[in-house]
Design a protein around this ligand. Structure first.
Ligand code: TYM
Length: 355
């Protein structure tokens, strides 16, 4: 049975400062995947206007995310780094997906409900409702197979699978006629598919990094308190202050992961330490089990500064003279556009538009 060519795709929105959650949940994984896979990484500027239409600094935010990708170790020559609006095929496929997906699917998305719940319907854009359809198009316009993301994107990726599956079924005869499909297995079923079933890559010790002020809330760009997150551009003193002030409980660290149950703040800090050092939580607790936070926190500061400071230094250097960065994005955009156009050329035929 034929297979889709493995291809990794992921995106990050150019809104607000990148934080440790974005780095550990996504960017650090992007870097690791490069060795074995063909990868496409995108700054999703079209997504950035869904929640807030007018931005004063979209260009600088876009460059800042691209700089973070490169400073973290993504190789833009071997792989592709670009911004979404440079490839209009994303929006073209998203329109077709808007007609494949059902409104009910979109209304069930937790992130949409959180932002738009009930009476807010007059306040949020139609784009915010359709957001997951654009996200599916981002991935599927390259027929990408693997998507590294943090845990908060899981539901959106399930929806991308639903859209791919419905497109494959609705257009099955057309796909056969055009000869552009691939025979795959979906569960135990052989299916003739044009779009692959994307696999989310979510694992690791920190799939959901939590706020430093409240271990039950996600670390987020939009949290009013800057103490709740470590930003990639924070200097060593700031990182140290934020970790020292991070909420904890009075007990020592346990020696086994079972002992983290019901201790969300401890679990979060141990997960962060593990992800930053490429270890498991078990490894970390073997080292620090029985120790107080007064010992663990300084070790975490040292590790975080050791990992993050070369990245923030390189980001600053790249952002100092944007000519190089803009050239990288332009080149990435051209290469992405060529690949996306190959898909759209076939999709237009499958849908049956007169050419
Ligand atoms: P965005 O820009 O909100 O976040 C970028 C990435 O960071 C991850 N992330 C986290 N991971 C762990 N802990 C956290 N506290 C945390 N906060 C954020 C996110 O899961 C994400 O991987 N819809 C996406 C962008 C997108 C996309 C795509 C992703 C658009 N098209 C196609 C993958 C494929 C978003 O808003 O991510």
């Amino acid at each position: 049975m034929a297979e889709f060519q493995p291809l990794v795709f992921s995106g990050v929105q150019p809104t607000g400062n990148l934080h440790l959650g974005n780095y550990l949940g996504a960017i650090r994984k992007f870097v690791a995947l490069q060795a074995e896979h063909d990868c496409i990484y995108c700054v999703v500027d079209l997504h950035a206007i869904t929640a807030q239409l007018v931005h004063d600094d979209m260009r600088s935010q876009t460059r800042s995310i691209a700089a973070a990708f490169i400073a973290s170790g993504i190789d833009p020559k071997e792989h592709i780094v670009f911004n979404q609006s440079a490839v209009p095929q994303h929006a073209e496929l998203a329109w077709i997906f808007n007609c494949v997906a059902r409104i009910g699917w979109m209304e069930r998305m937790t992130q949409f409900k959180d932002k738009a719940g009930g009476k807010n319907a007059e306040q949020v854009s139609l784009g915010l409702l359709a957001y997951p359809s654009l996200m599916a198009a981002d991935i599927l316009v390259y027929r990408a197979t693997h998507v590294p993301v943090g845990d908060d994107q899981k539901q959106h990726l399930e929806l991308a699978r639903d859209i791919a599956q419905k497109f494959n079924i609705d257009f099955m005869e057309h796909i056969r006629r055009e000869g552009s499909g691939v025979d795959i297995m979906v569960g135990d079923e052989p299916v003739h598919a044009y779009f692959p079933m994307v696999e989310p890559l979510i694992g690791g010790p920190a799939p959901r990094v939590m706020s430093l002020r409240d271990g039950t809330k996600k670390m987020s760009k939009s949290d009013a308190s800057d103490l709740s997150r470590i930003n990639l551009l924070d200097d060593a003193d700031t990182v140290s202050k934020k970790v020292r002030k991070a909420k904890t409980d009075p007990d020592a660290l346990p020696s086994e992961t079972d002992g983290l149950k019901g201790r969300p703040e401890a679990e979060n800090l141990v997960g962060i330490y593990a992800a930053l050092s490429d270890k498991t939580k078990e490894d970390v607790l073997r080292e620090f089990g029985g120790q107080q936070f007064s010992v663990f926190k300084p070790a975490l500061v040292e590790l975080a500064v050791h990992v993050l400071s070369p990245i923030s230094e390189e980001m600053r250097r790249l952002l100092d003279d944007t000519t190089h960065l803009d050239a990288i994005l332009r080149d990435g955009g051209e290469r992405a556009r060529a690949r996306a156009e190959k898909t759209m050329d076939q999709v237009r035929d499958i849908v049956g538009f007169l050419r």
